[in-house]
Each structure stands twice: as C-alpha cells, then as structure tokens.
Design a protein around this ligand. Structure first.
Ligand code: BV8
Ligand code: ZN
Length: 245
C-alpha cells in the first residue's frame, strides 16, 4: 500500500497536508481525546467556550498559558519535518492544521493555514481591534490587559465560534484543487475542519490517512496507513525521493 501511496504523492502537482493533534504527539504535546487527553483534564465547558471566556477569562487564560508553557520544551518531530520536506518534492504544498502549536512553521513549512488559530497570537476581547502577533510567552498578567481598558484573549477558535473566515475559505479552496490530501493525526470529529479532506475527495483528490487508529472518516478515505506520523511520513517522503531519483 505504501508504494501505491508514494506513487500518488510523487505524481501530485498540488498537495494538502491536513493535520491534527496526533502529528504533535511524538513531540510530547498531549492530544485531546485519547486517554489522559487534554479534555479529560480540562473540561471543554470550563476552558474552551466563549461562555467560559466571558465568565472566567483568567481560568481560560491559565489553560492556554499552561499549553504555551509546555511548548517551551517542545521541538518539531520527524513527522513535521517530513511534511516540510514535501515542499522540496512538490512546488505547491499547503498545510491546513487544526493545531495551534506552531510546530509546522518551526519545522520549515512555509504555507500553513491555522484554521483553529494560534497559541502565539492574542486579540482584544472587547473587540477594539487590537491584535498582538506574536504574543510571546510568558504573559506577564492573566488575563493580559488591552490598551483600551479591556483584556486580550487567545487568538484561538473556541467551541461554538466561527473559524477565521479568510483562512478557512483559503483552506477549502486549496482542498478543492488538491491532487492528494494527507490526513495526519486527527480524529476527524471536529467540524467544519473535519470536512476539508472530503471537499478534496469530492473534487477528485486521493485522500490518504496517517493514524495509528481508525477514525470517524477512515472508511471514506482512499488509503489509511496505520501507524505513527513520525515513522510513516519520513518513510513516505523517502520513497517519493527514490521514485524521483
Ligand atoms: C463551529 C481550540 C459553530 C483550540 C478546538 C454539538 C454541540 C456543540 C458543537 C457542535 C456539535 N456538533 C458539532 C458542533 C460543532 C463543533 C464540533 O465539531 N464539536 C465536536 C466535538 C462534536 N465545532 C465547533 O464548535 C467549531 N465551530 O462549529 O461554529 C457555528 C457555525 C456557524 C455559525 C456560527 C457558529 C469550532 C471548532 C474548533 C474548536 N476548537 N480547539 C485548542 O484548544 O487547541 S477543537 C480541538 O479539536 C483542537 O483544535 C483539535 O485540533 C481539534 C481536533 O482534534 P484532533 O486534532 O483530531 O485531536 P484528537 O485528540 O481528537 O485526535 C488525535 C488523533 O491523533 C487521534 O486520531 C489519534 O489516533 C491520532 N494520533 C495519536 N498519536 C499519533 C496520531 N496520529 C499520528 N501519529 C501519532 N503519533
Ligand atoms: Zn482592546
């Protein structure tokens, strides 16, 4: 199967790598829905909804500041690096990530669409328009003050919130014109992001999942490589390189 997948990848003019928390798992970043996942330790209703943010901005900030703190000792892993290396094999590669950790960019990917926002950006909660990018770690005060007298909020998409319209539109457009989509390390349960690979498939793309487990959408995909991204993606890229040699 991996030979057939490598052939599809080698022939692709336009590639979309769609990623979730699983690609960062081997960097030591906890995922959300596996055992001891983030949502087990921190109920979504308390730390990842607009209601929680309005009701207790400090508690929501403590959750995101803890994740920013954990990221201080985290590096991209061979999975991120293999995705970045795709750019040397294909001149139209777009990463569409649900992750907010910034690891794809640190691994060298140059076109990254963050459909759920970023840990490293903040914006005014009251809507005065101020944005702080980058919003470096540590935040000296939680919640951080905004010049307008309100406070800043993480530039992260909380449950029940719209995804950044421009970014999501661009992600849908990239999916609709992709030849191959890699679906890496996502449980495919969070919408509308989970629908990105299906948009590509409707438009004729080959969709390849990389995940140690079966997911909600595995049955829809053309190929599903069972295993860790940090092992499978470097092997895939190596085979594409061989086909090119
Ligand atoms: C919206 C914040 C509404 C940032 C996140 C019912 C009730 C309420 C809401 C809904 C509902 N039904 C649908 C909804 C909408 C809701 C939703 O989809 N809920 C789901 C849970 C049912 N969606 C929303 O609310 C979205 N907004 O719909 O707006 C609207 C509509 C119109 C008009 C106005 C408003 C907003 C969704 C974004 C929410 N924010 N996070 C943060 O804290 O990070 S979502 C959160 O889940 C993260 O962003 C994460 O990226 C995302 C998806 O999770 P995964 O990345 O897939 O991670 P997970 O742990 O689930 O899975 C890890 C996978 O990796 C596993 O498959 C595992 O096997 C694999 N893996 C593990 N190790 C490895 C590996 N793979 C490879 N290699 C390894 N080594
Ligand atoms: Zn403000």
């Amino acid at each position: 199967m991996i030979d057939e997948v490598a052939r599809r990848l080698e022939a692709a003019q336009r590639i979309v790598a769609f990623s979730g928390a699983g690609i960062s798992a081997e960097s030591g970043v906890p995922t959300f829905r596996e055992k001891d996942g983030l949502w087990e330790q921190h109920p979504i209703g308390e730390v990842a909804t607009p209601q929680a943010l309005r009701g207790n901005p400090r508690k929501v900030w403590e959750f995101y500041e803890m994740r920013r703190q954990n990221m201080q000792s985290v590096e991209p892993n061979p999975g991120h690096e293999a995705v970045a290396e795709l750019e040397s094999l294909c001149d139209d590669v777009t990463v569409v990530t649900q992750n907010i950790d910034g690891l794809h960019q640190r691994a060298g990917s140059t076109r990254v669409l963050e459909v759920h926002g970023s840990l490293w950006k903040a914006r005014c909660l009251a809507g005065c328009g101020r944005t702080v990018d980058p919003f470096p770690y540590p935040a000296y005060e939680l919640p951080p003050p905004c010049e307008c007298g309100s406070v800043l909020r993480p530039e992260v998409v909380l449950f029940g919130e719209m995804l950044p319209a421009e970014v999501f539109r661009e992600a849908e457009a990239c999916a609709a014109r992709a030849d191959v989509v890699l679906v890496i390390g996502t449980s495919s349960v969070v919408w509308p992001a989970a629908g990105i690979p299906l948009i590509a498939q409707e438009a004729g793309a080959t969709v390849i999942e990389v995940n140690p487990a079966e997911t909600e959408l595995t049955a829809h995909f053309d190929f599903s490589l069972r295993g860790a991204a940090g092992r499978i993606l470097p092997e895939l890229v190596a085979r594409v390189r061989e086909l090119r040699a």
